[in-house]
Ligand binder design. Structure first.
Ligand code: SAM
Length: 222
């Protein structure tokens, strides 16, 4: 498989203005990578379900979606979006093994992001305190929990970016790769460039300072 691809960041499904809809997975990202790594009928889990992009696209591709989301209103929103509302847990990815989830064939997700120097906790949706080192410990813990529900050899596809802000770079993608590699086998990265990289003042397709993202590919050992 090629280690780079170009996608279009288009959104067919409008997100609710009443919810804070700043963090979104691109539908084309989900479609592309589920097409490469899964088959119809496979169970696909997003432990950071957000607004349900992974779940809704998975369902439209005849995969069976499962999700965990920390924010009650987002979890409720995702339940309304999918044909499998009972598969959506309002909960904490750090406690994943405590939920009644079946064994899944694939995980496709984007964890909450953090940059060096930030002091709020992304794993409590930017409430409470944390620091970058603790954040990376939580990333490791969340993906370790995930191991309990993955079938042997299951791919784990993680949408993440490096962040450049005000001239400072947080190598978030590389640090997440490093942290998750401690608990799942790292197969490598696929670079995603965005066809519709727009005006220079947007600082990259998603405002993170770069016009590319990564799909990090891990596997549970077979
Ligand atoms: C990057 S967003 C995910 C975007 C999502 N994939 C989408 O399609 O829109 C991260 C999500 O993780 C959620 N989150 C933060 N901490 C969490 C935790 N401890 N457990 C589960 N979800 C969490 C946030 O509320 C946010 O919705």
């Amino acid at each position: 498989m090629r280690t780079f691809t170009t996608l279009r960041h288009e959104r067919e499904h409008d997100l609710p203005p009443t919810l804070d809809a700043d963090v979104v997975m691109s539908e084309s990202f989900v479609e592309h990578f589920l097409g490469e790594f899964t088959d119809p009928g496979d169970a696909v889990l997003d432990p950071f379900a957000g607004f349900g992009t992974t779940l809704a696209v998975a369902e439209s591709m005849d995969r069976v979606p499962y999700g965990v989301e920390y924010e009650a209103d987002r979890a409720e929103y995702v339940r309304d979006r999918v044909d499998h509302p009972d598969n959506v847990v309002h909960g904490d990815a750090l406690e994943l093994s405590a939920y009644d989830l079946p064994t899944v064939d694939c995980c496709l997700t984007s964890p909450p992001f953090m940059v060096c120097g930030m002091e709020t906790n992304p794993f409590e949706n930017y409430d409470g305190e944390s620091d970058y080192e603790s954040y990376l410990d939580d990333v490791r813990r969340a993906f370790s929990e995930l191991g309990s529900v993955l079938s042997p050899g299951a791919p784990v596809l993680v949408n993440v970016v490096n962040v450049k802000y005000d001239g400072d770079v947080t190598p978030l993608a590389w640090d997440v790769a490093d942290a998750v590699s401690e608990v799942l086998h790292f197969d490598g990265e696929i670079v995603v460039t965005w066809e519709d990289e727009g005006s220079p003042d947007r600082e990259g397709a998603f405002g993170y300072g770069y016009d590319h993202s990564y799909c990090l590919v891990f596997r549970k050992e077979a």
